[in-house]
Design a protein around this ligand. Structure first.
Ligand SMILES: [Fe+2]
Length: 252
């Protein structure tokens, strides 16, 4: 499996609190069959200015890679960040101040949970116009999507890659998020599922429960498509594979 959204780098954000926890997360990921992790700490949150962030990011990546090699864990760490969307994100990506996943043109983008749908659409459209293929983190957790899941269909049509969180499918963010997640999956609007893991005890990298939850409900190849095939295609710069979305005129 390939997990494209994980807060595994220690002491960077509200994810792994130290190297020991980061390693525990790495072991959990390997135990459930994950071979590649994108280390995606929060970045660009307004008010959080840290001029040494880039240095610290590289240092923690190197340290964690060394520890993983020392334990002989069959795990590859790739670079990334979960970018909080602001007006200047396209410029910051163009300048290299913000980075995409691996060597791709795909930035992982998040919004404030109360952002309006038309504001999200405008920002995502702008990134697409600038030649990026944004991956939107956990739409099922945004207020506007819970109220109107059809918004995701518009973003899908724009070419945005839609990434859902493991915890949303399993009901870890409450019933409303779980129901929204199920709607989006039924309508075939999800290209990728990732752990968005923040630790080794809650919101973990363990994906074992998901195979049954996805394949049992949404078809026999759903798990493989969303956790292996599409994440691999993204890292290769290829288009993700979508099942034909179920139109919202037959919304259920
Ligand atoms: Fe995240």
């Amino acid at each position: 499996m390939i997990d494209l959204h994980m807060h595994i780098l220690p002491e960077m954000d509200d994810g792994a609190r130290d190297m020991e926890m980061a390693l525990a997360m790495a072991r959990q990921a390997v135990d459930c069959g994950t071979a590649v992790i994108a280390a995606t700490p929060h970045k660009n949150i307004p008010g959080m200015i840290d001029y040494k962030w880039g240095d610290r990011y590289r240092m923690q990546m190197n340290e964690l890679r060394k520890c993983i090699a020392k334990e002989h864990l069959p795990l590859t760490l790739i670079e990334g960040m979960e970018i909080f969307m602001t007006e200047d994100v396209p410029e910051k990506l163009n300048d290299g101040e913000l980075i995409c996943l691996g060597n791709t043109r795909t930035p992982l983008i998040e919004f404030a949970f109360h952002t309006e749908g038309n504001v999200m659409a405008r920002s995502l459209e702008r990134l697409c116009r600038e030649g990026y293929v944004p991956m939107l983190a956990h739409p099922e957790r945004y207020m506007c999507v819970m109220e109107d899941p059809q918004l995701v269909f518009e973003w899908y049509q724009m070419g945005v890659i839609i990434q859902m969180n493991k915890g949303s499918i399993l009901g870890r963010f409450g019933n409303r998020v779980r129901k929204t997640a199920a709607q989006l999956l039924r309508h075939r609007l999800i290209a990728v599922v990732a752990s968005d893991a923040h630790g080794a005890f809650v919101r973990t990298p363990d994906m074992t429960e998901l195979e049954y939850a996805l394949d049992g409900e949404y078809g026999p190849n759903c798990f493989e498509l969303l956790l292996e095939i599409n994440p691999a295609r993204i890292l290769e710069g290829k288009k993700v594979i979508w099942d034909d979305p179920v139109p919202f005129s037959s919304f259920f």
